[in-house]
Design a protein around this ligand. Structure first.
Ligand code: G3P
Length: 214
């Protein structure tokens, strides 16, 4: 499973890269706003920092404007992936961009039918938001299972990015299902390694090591 960082923070991306486990980055308007920086220079810096795919979201609502934004963002770097919301306008945009060889990540996916239509329009990735479904007492991972099954039924090449990840269990469940990608916040990345037996084991080894004559 590929791991993307769900962040627009350069320091977090650099740290993730140094750990050797980060394959790409996903951003959204909220994550960009958090950085309080100019948008285009920030995207330039992110795409120059990480060689893998970097999702950048369009914010216009009409297809022509969305396509114009997408073209502008795609021109920033070869690793830009255009994030498009799932609706009828979004589908048109995905079709046009796919025809022009621009990669897309269809976002705000909350149902299997949305994921199937996004794939038919030519999406490179779809992003089901598992945490936001769990937040309203739904089952986010059941959606991922459904999408994986449907894509498998029809040999669909669109990749599933498990997004809105809230905790390590989402990550493990995504891997069990065989999702192509999990995009995770930096805080969750550190949590993935936490285990009390690892911590106490290291403590015990260190204590015993101090008893060894050198
Ligand atoms: O990048 C989109 C997604 O991961 C958002 O997550 O935590 O705002 O639901 P969240």
């Amino acid at each position: 499973m590929k791991i993307f960082l769900d962040t627009a923070n350069i320091a977090e991306i650099k740290k993730g890269l140094a750990y050797g486990i980060i394959d790409g980055v996903t951003t959204n308007p909220s994550l960009i706003a958090k950085e309080q920086q100019e948008f285009i220079p920030l995207i330039k810096e992110i795409t120059a920092t990480i060689p893998g795919p970097v999702s950048v979201e369009v914010t216009a609502s009409q297809p022509e404007e969305m396509i114009a934004q997408a073209e502008r963002y795609a021109a920033i770097a070869a690793n830009v992936v255009i994030k498009v919301p799932i609706n009828l306008e979004g589908l048109q945009v995905v079709k046009v961009l796919a025809g022009r060889g621009v990669k897309t990540n269809v976002t705000l996916i909350f149902s299997p039918s949305q994921a199937l239509l996004a794939a038919k329009a030519g999406a490179t990735y779809v992003s089901p938001f598992v945490g936001r479904i769990d937040d309203i007492s739904g089952d986010g991972m059941a959606l991922v299972e459904d999408i994986a099954l449907i894509y498998d039924n029809y040999d669909i090449a669109t990749e599933i990015i498990v997004a809105s990840v809230r905790h390590p269990l989402h990550f493990v469940q995504a891997a069990r299902i065989g999702a192509d990608v999990a995009t995770i916040p930096f805080a969750t990345l550190a949590q993935l390694l936490n285990h009390p037996l690892t911590a106490s084991g290291m403590e015990r080894f260190l204590k015993d090591w101090h008893k060894v004559k050198s």
